[in-house]
Ligand binder design. Structure first.
Ligand SMILES: Nc1ncnc2c1ncn2[C@@H]1O[C@H](COP(=O)(O)OP(=O)(O)OP(=O)(O)O)[C@@H](O)[C@H]1O
Length: 619
């Protein structure tokens, strides 16, 4: 295809997959001639360096994108190597066995034309029947292997998601709604379905095509020409529509998740939409996303239709050509009736396989799209994990904050040039007005946010050098960003640590006042908390989180407003526990409680992201 135009880059984008030759016709008027050769990329243009680069980049970008999606699919299939090899092995055997049908029929017809029913003929019929049975058995084995692969895929992704989510970088997670992103897990179901089609249909179809063509070439050389023509057409369909098909499939999937995400958002704020009865915002927004979905789906369907129409036209042509050629060869007595019928059966088998391959293209798009979608969460940035272990000593840790600056985004600094020292075993109170940056500081000290300027040293070693898990194992944290989850109270407190006894839990539950709530339910600590803690008073949520922070007997405590909103009696008990029972541990509490601050060794006052004052109390 040749194209004369004045805007090479715009044209190139519209160009079929960016492959082609580009020749400068006139440098002055900036006219360019593009020509596309399927799957061939050559640039004959030496004078316009800038355009030359653009073309290369465009091509490379598209090739890279396609390759990366394919590589991701191969990465998925890498674990199923042995099953896939077996499936292909069975497919080859089945392909050979299935050829016994036309060959058997050809011989049977020769016998029938001879007018005798001989033992050989009965034997042949039996062989054909056995061939069909064996092919069926092989297919059953293939199905079993596919089932195994499907189960493995689901299990592997379920565990990958469960393992990855807690490791995600919190700063990055701030930019999206994580539960919505997790919806991509449902693409494992599309992957399971698509993979089964691809692994069953495509090998069977390709092997039938190859063996069928080889067989046909034995009947007459003219069939070789038809065979080659068939392969070229199949290749052209794949090349011309492949990229576009994948692109429209991705767009369709993007809108699918937009619709699902928005419905999820409506459900999340159900009361808001319920009480704004006259508003149709939710319907209008859903309409926008659904329209986008329908448009991209229609574009995708157009590609599939184009592929199918090409196939129908080609089928018509090839069947008529084959019948005519077969009939001529038969009349010319170059082939006999048996060969004629057998060759027609083989041709029909080949056409059927080509059809299967074209129809499977939709599955290939689905599979590639699913792999991209599932990986969206898995590819998100993870927390950095150093190698140094924070040793569990029986004393608190020392902290040194040196010239630390931090912003949740690059536009605004929240913490500005903070510097202070906290000796091991200190009790520290962090005070300050709203938005002074107190919570942000605690988040940095807990290792929750890692991309800050300056240094934070724990026991004289930069926090980034530590294995973050060893820090988490040694500190108790109560941050405002923490939540309770669906599960029992015990699970919410212990988070799977079976070494924690009921006595330990009871002791802290008494201090915080959680015990009263636990005792008021017959299930006790096995009382099941509903998702997002629905119906649970805020005070109880806070108490559960506080007991969770204290229960591991950590060497360092980072507590954000631990008693804010709790009953006076429990506030006193909690403070007494922290000040009197946890001697030797490093305790940092964010609170504007002056009475508590007076009992701390160090009081850090913050103002607009900076340290306003540091006061040392001689206790
Ligand atoms: N996850 C976040 N993403 C972006 N900005 C944030 C985030 N968390 C806090 N901020 C902003 O950082 C600033 C400091 O908030 P921070 O919660 O650290 O202050 P604070 O002193 O603890 O205030 P408060 O006592 O009201 O909790 C505020 O302007 C706040 O809006």
């Amino acid at each position: 295809m040749f194209l004369l135009c004045d805007s090479p880059i715009v044209r190139l984008r519209q160009f079929v997959s960016g492959r082609g030759i580009c020749i400068t016709i006139s440098q002055k008027t900036h006219h360019y001639l593009f020509c596309s050769f399927f799957n061939t990329f050559i640039i004959v243009m030496l004078s316009e360096r800038r355009v030359f680069m653009c073309i290369c980049q465009n091509y490379l970008y598209m090739a890279e994108k396609r390759m990366s999606t394919l590589l991701k699919l191969l990465e998925v299939l890498k674990f199923e190597k042995s099953e896939i090899s077996s499936i292909y092995f069975y497919a080859i055997i089945a392909g050979v066995v299935q050829l016994s049908l036309p060959l058997g029929i050809q011989s049977i017809i020769s016998f029938v034309l001879g007018g005798t029913i001989s033992t050989s003929m009965v034997l042949l019929i039996a062989l054909v029947i056995i061939g069909v049975l064996v092919a069926g058995l092989l297919q059953v084995n293939q199905m079993k292997l596919i089932e195994k692969i499907q189960q493995q895929l689901f299990v592997r992704y379920a565990f990958k998601y469960a393992d990855t989510i807690p490791k995600l970088n919190l700063q990055d997670v701030d930019n999206y709604y994580l539960p919505e992103l997790v919806n991509r897990f449902f693409d494992t179901v599309s992957l399971q379905k698509g993979i089964s089609k691809i692994l069953l249909d495509i090998p069977a179809a390709s092997i039938q095509i190859i063996f069928g063509l080889i067989l046909l070439s034995f009947y007459h050389p003219v069939f070789i020409f038809f065979g080659l023509l068939l392969l070229v057409v199949l290749y052209l369909i794949l090349i011309t529509t492949g990229n576009k098909g994948l692109q429209t499939s991705m767009e369709e999937s993007n809108y699918k998740y937009k619709v699902a995400g928005y419905l999820q958002e409506i459900a999340r704020v159900i009361t808001t939409f319920k009480f704004s009865r006259n508003s149709s915002l939710h319907i209008n927004k859903t309409d926008d996303y659904v329209s986008g979905y329908l448009q991209s789906r229609t574009s995708h369907f157009k590609i599939l239709l184009f592929q199918y129409w090409t196939l129908i036209v080609f089928k018509l042509l090839i069947i008529s050509a084959m019948l005519i050629v077969g009939a001529i060869l038969l009349v010319d007595q170059q082939i006999n009736v048996g060969q004629f019928i057998a060759s027609e059966i083989v041709i029909l088998m080949i056409i059927g396989s080509v059809e299967k391959m074209i129809v499977s293209l939709d599955n290939i798009y689905d599979v590639l799209t699913s792999v991209e979608k599932i990986n969206k969460l898995l590819e998100k940035p993870k927390e950095k994990v150093g190698s140094q272990q924070l040793i569990h000593a029986n004393a608190g840790f020392s902290l040194e904050v040196k010239d630390v600056s931090f912003g949740y985004s690059s536009e605004k600094l929240i913490l500005k040039d903070l510097s202070f020292n906290i000796p091991a075993g200190s009790r520290v109170c962090v005070m300050g007005a709203n938005s002074a940056g107190k919570s942000t500081l605690i988040r940095l000290l807990s290792g929750a946010y890692q991309d800050f300027e300056g240094t934070i040293l724990i026991n004289n070693i930069p926090i980034s050098n530590y294995d973050i898990r060893s820090i988490r194992g040694n500190i108790g944290v109560l941050l405002s960003i923490q939540e309770i989850f669906q599960g029992t109270i015990k699970e919410n407190i212990c988070i799977g640590n079976d070494a924690i006894s009921y006595e330990q839990m009871n002791y802290l539950a008494e201090i915080t006042g959680l015990k009263q709530f636990v005792d008021s339910h017959k299930e006790g600590y096995d009382f099941e908390i509903k998702p997002i803690g629905n119906h649970l008073p805020d005070k109880i949520v806070k108490k559960v989180l506080l007991v969770r922070a204290l229960i591991h007997n950590p060497q360092m405590l980072l507590l954000e407003e631990p008693w804010l909103g709790l009953e006076e009696q429990y506030v006193k008990q909690i403070q007494a526990h922290i000040l009197q029972k946890l001697t030797g541990k490093t305790i940092i509490v964010v609170t504007n409680d002056v009475a508590f601050a007076d009992q701390c060794n160090l009081v850090i006052e913050m103002e607009r992201g900076a340290v306003k004052s540091i006061k040392t109390n001689n206790l």
